[in-house]
Write a protein that binds this ligand. Sequence first.
Ligand code: AMP
Length: 287
Amino acid sequence: MRTLRTVAELRAALAQPRREGRRIGLIPTMGAFHDGHRSLMRRARSECDEVVVSLFVNPTQFTESADLAAYPRDEGRDGMVAAEESADFLFVPAVSEIYPEGFATTVRIGAVTEVLEGVHRGREHFDGVATVVCKLFNIVAPEIAYFGQKDVQQTLVIRRMIRDLNLPVQIEICPTVRQPDGLALSSRNARLAPAERKRATALYQALATIQVLLSAGETDAARLLAAARSELEDPLIRVEYLQIVDPDTLAPLTTVDRSALAVVAAWLGNARLIDNLPLATPRTRSA
Ligand code: AMP
């Protein structure tokens, strides 16, 4: 695996494989690799000839400077993980390489950015995500880019950007990788104190409760959400949102009689965690 730091070096390294028609896959990340990142790398490795992992803690998508400052960074370890997963290139640009002096462009996506994370983190978060991912698509020009279901709203934002801007990239969404107790892997889990870590499973329990009741025939969103909310009643947990939404628009549903998505965001101590679960209704499953 080669670690490259400039756009020019990466473009030069990919020129020959591209001429030979080799399929290039990109996994955009912010590092602090865990098994969720590994699953994306493995999927790309199985589908692409050249696997590019980008590692860039993108300052423009952080709406709080303390969150950016506390973001875990360990390039040495991340490099070992990416090499273990047989990535071909680790792209680690400096902030000045991505945002040089005078940088003045923002990619702003409407509609799907205006709810959930867009309300709670601010839509500037998705401006930062869309802008950096658009740049990475232009720098790497991958055939396929890999994202995690864990950040489902991000996947919808990227899909919208690809359609609206006619970007020639296919995206693949990989399932959420979880701990044995259901907690979705996240670099932010490291911020949980032991007692918080123990209770953090409640987010998944709340989502799973919705699926269990739905499978038993309950379709009223208010009743499903009330049951889920009781899983989250704990002095250690501060819920920001818990909703059942349309999987394409993220608009709230009142009756869950078609494919849907349960989404949650909550604070435990200093860690803000998000999770989601695609819901199968008895009807969508038998269809
Ligand atoms: P990040 O480094 O947190 O920006 O994540 C990089 C990519 O890994 C994103 O597409 C995430 O959605 C994905 N990802 C993060 N956590 C998980 C997880 N637990 N399971 C699957 N994918 C994940």
